[in-house]
Design a protein around this ligand. Structure first.
Ligand SMILES: Nc1ncnc2c1ncn2[C@@H]1O[C@H](COP(=O)(O)OP(=O)(O)OP(=O)(O)O)[C@@H](O)[C@H]1O
Ligand SMILES: [Mg+2]
Length: 285
């Protein structure tokens, strides 16, 4: 169930005089059963990239391969149905993906669309709503009466209800309070445990470090780096400035310590790792 981008270029309005080239020469592989985080400054092409994962956008040139399905510029809408059953997608602005009269109906839409019977769809929707902690007293409300964070959870339930093998989330932590963010990270870990491939976009480097196996860094529509969090977050500090990204908190502390003369062999990913490293330094003295 891996995902591969081969030589993908994408322009909004391709073939028109308003063609706006956004993605350039994207060659990436996203491994199965892993969590991949996509990071990069605003406007770097993250949302554009992930909308290729369920065929909402098709490459202008090149191809995207999801498991055994190949999407190119000429792939027809009908051929995308199989892909959409494989990939659950939570968009950056979840209010744009909600539409039904009630929360429950909204979440049932996916399963019904993929051929579940009404009872099965209802059961799947209810368990998805429980999985993302949407309280039962909200299930019969209009999704548009909810807060931003609640809407995001409902959109997430909608993506999960038909049990897709791949879950793609565009800034899923946006609008969630700290408890909601912790629950989201736990959900991502649970999805991975359940054998799913998870891709998420984040501006919070500590979230990336806590759940991602792989990181893809976007800059100006190019892939600027790809690797494990340890690889990516140990890059040169000037490189981080060049892609306008922050380090995780522990990395920021480590840089401050370095600036004050403390020598550290590597840049820690977490505060616990930083504490261990400092202890080791003192033991050697
Ligand atoms: N529908 C569209 N039509 C034309 N241009 C678009 C469209 N959507 C996005 N763009 C342009 O594509 C570029 C990349 O946008 P994208 O939304 O992929 O960035 P992003 O990395 O997700 O940013 P953010 O972190 O702000 O969400 C931007 O220059 C944006 O203006
Ligand atoms: Mg975006």
């Amino acid at each position: 169930m891996a995902i591969t981008f081969e030589q993908v270029n994408f322009s909004y309005g391709a073939g028109t005089t308003l063609a706006n080239p956004i993605l350039h020469d994207i060659n990436i592989t996203i491994a199965d059963h892993q969590v991949t985080a996509i990071i990069g400054q605003t406007g770097s092409g993250k949302s554009t990239l992930i909308q290729h994962l369920n065929g909402l956008l098709k490459p202008t040139t090149g191809q995207v391969i999801v498991d055994d399905l190949i999407v190119t510029n000429t792939t027809k809408e009908k051929q995308l149905t199989k892909l959409r059953a494989k990939v659950g997608m939570v968009f950056q602005f979840p209010e744009n993906q909600l539409f039904a009269n009630t929360v429950l109906e909204d979440v049932m839409y996916g399963p019904l669309n993929f051929g579940y019977k009404t009872d099965e769809a209802k059961q799947s929707a209810q368990s998805a709503l429980k999985m993302v902690n949407v309280a039962e007293n909200l299930w019969q409300k209009s999704p548009f009466e909810l807060s931003g964070g609640q809407m995001r959870r409902v959109a997430m339930a909608g993506a999960l209800a038909s049990n897709p093998d791949i879950v793609v989330m565009d800034e899923p932590a946006a609008g969630l309070d700290p408890k909601g963010q912790a629950e989201l990270l736990a959900l991502v870990s649970n999805l991975k445990e359940a054998g799913k491939l998870v891709v998420f976009i984040s501006h919070q480097m500590d979230h990336v470090v806590s759940v991602a196996d792989q990181v893809i860094v976007m800059q100006d529509g190019h892939v600027a780096a790809q690797g494990t969090p340890a690889d990516v977050f140990n890059r040169d500090i000037d490189w981080f400035k060049s892609v306008n990204l922050d380090l995780p908190r522990a990395g920021q502390f480590a840089e401050q310590l370095r600036a004050n003369g403390v020598s550290l062999s590597r840049r820690p990913l977490t505060l616990a790792e930083l504490a261990t490293m400092i202890n080791e330094e003192y033991e050697h003295e």
